[in-house]
Design a protein around this ligand. Structure first.
Ligand code: PLP
Length: 410
């Protein structure tokens, strides 16, 4: 007997407008090339461990030494010593009045972004997000029924957010403003003046400020990071940070979310955060034992970003190489791990930046991410991760120069 025709199994409509190109179709092509024996330089994610940036030994020792205490579930918001360390760390950054219960440890900032949106959004609620952005923010808003409204970051002003554009885009449905500082993908580090203007807008309209500060300690040329939470006590600020970047332990999947400022007004939302946090029982427990060692004591990240430090040297090489390629221009990064060069679309006849990235991959075996993958509105940028060592960086940027010397998108 013949079976009835198979019913196609389709994904949820919730995913219809969710876009996360950092791990998208071009990556699939890269994986296919790797299966055929091609060595691909993967510059699609900021994954320090993959490029020989080792996590501090002390942090690893604490995980190993506590492994027998880490086999059970922890409190859903995280183990006490990790939360205590986060609380004390923020005191040293000028964020006082944060209690242990205001801290949520999660499986990386990625999970906490999701939780923060899950607990907040109703259908059609709006969140203001920078363009370009770290696209997980947009994806999390959309997946949870919200509307991601992008505000302009202006390349001509060092990629700073445009507070007037933010103001224009606030509506009665706006629930919060996301600030990513230092910024991925642009490398911008925001001055007090810009941050203060954003905070004032949030105060005026009773909005939540979501401050993604995961690159807080990756700063170059004397750039100074100002924690958004220090700028207002009358709004709720939710600060995100974690072990993935400055502590080079992305695989541990540990991040934290800190609530500060006006928690009374947000008591119901906080209740929601506790519900969604409880629903996933707890985050990875062994990794949580690294938090105390990471936040206290000697900060080896400072050696990497200072003059002559590996990250600073690599950023300089990358900036010099990129800006010497005819048709490319770039604002130098003052923080984070990325450059976001502009491509002269007329010169190269570019109308589709995903196609550009695909063509670069096929010709040079290097995997980048196109600007529109970061919700940048025009197809005229791409992101470079400057984590490879000096030799590898020089070789690959040489290939990129050769690529652009001959490229014309048909
Ligand atoms: N936020 C920003 C701005 C990022 O660039 C990244 C990763 O690249 C994340 C969050 C994700 O961090 P985690 O590894 O803690 O999930």
């Amino acid at each position: 007997m013949r079976r009835k025709a198979d019913k196609t199994i389709i994904k949820s409509h919730k995913l219809d407008h969710v876009c996360y190109d950092i791990r998208g179709e071009v990556l699939d092509k890269a994986i296919q090339m790797e299966r055929n024996g091609v060595k691909i330089l993967r510059l699609n994610t900021g994954n320090p461990g993959a490029f020989g940036f080792n996590a501090p030994d002390e942090l690893l020792c604490d995980v190993v030494g506590n492994i027998h205490n880490a086999v059970g579930y922890s409190d859903s918001q995280g183990i006490f010593p990790a939360r205590k360390a986060v609380q004390q760390y923020y005191q040293t950054r000028g964020v006082f009045n944060v209690g242990i219960d205001d801290i949520f440890i999660g499986n990386g900032v990625s999970e906490l972004i999701q939780l923060s949106m899950q607990a907040l959004l109703n259908e059609g609620d709006e969140i203001l997000i920078p363009a370009p952005d770290y696209p997980l923010w947009t994806a999390a808003v959309v997946l949870n029924g919200g509307k991601a409204v992008h505000y302009r970051c202006d390349e001509a002003s060092d990629w700073y957010p445009d507070p007037d554009d933010i103001r224009k885009k606030i509506t009665p449905r706006t629930k919060g403003i996301v600030v990513i500082n230092p910024n991925n993908p642009t490398g911008a580090v925001y001055p007090a003046e810009i941050l203060t203007k954003i905070v004032r807008l949030a105060e005026e309209h009773s909005l939540i400020l979501f401050a993604d500060e995961i690159y807080e300690k990756i700063l170059y040329d004397g750039a100074v990071h100002i924690p958004a939470a220090t700028l207002s006590s009358s709004i709720l600020t939710v600060t995100f940070n974690g072990l993935s970047k400055a502590y080079r332990a992305a695989g541990f999947r540990v991040g934290w979310m800190v609530l500060s400022g006006n928690r009374e007004q947000a008591a119901d939302y906080i209740e929601g955060l506790k519900i969604v946090s409880n629903m996933r029982l707890c985050s990875n427990v062994p990794g949580q034992f690294a938090v105390q060692a990471a936040l206290g004591g000697y900060q080896s990240i400072n050696d990497l970003v200072k003059e002559g430090g590996r990250l600073k040297v690599q950023r300089d090489i990358c900036y010099r190489a990129v800006t010497s390629i005819p048709g490319l221009s770039c604002v130098n990064a003052r923080g984070a791990l990325y450059l976001f060069p502009k491509v002269d679309t007329k010169k190269f006849g570019i109308t589709d930046d995903k196609r550009l990235i695909y063509d670069i991959l096929v010709e040079t075996n290097i995997l980048f991410v196109q600007g529109t993958g970061f919700n940048h509105p025009e197809p005229d940028h791409f992101r470079i991760v400057f984590l490879p060592n000096q030799f590898e960086l020089e070789t690959s940027l040489g290939k990129l120069e050769h690529f652009f010397a001959n490229y014309r998108q048909s």
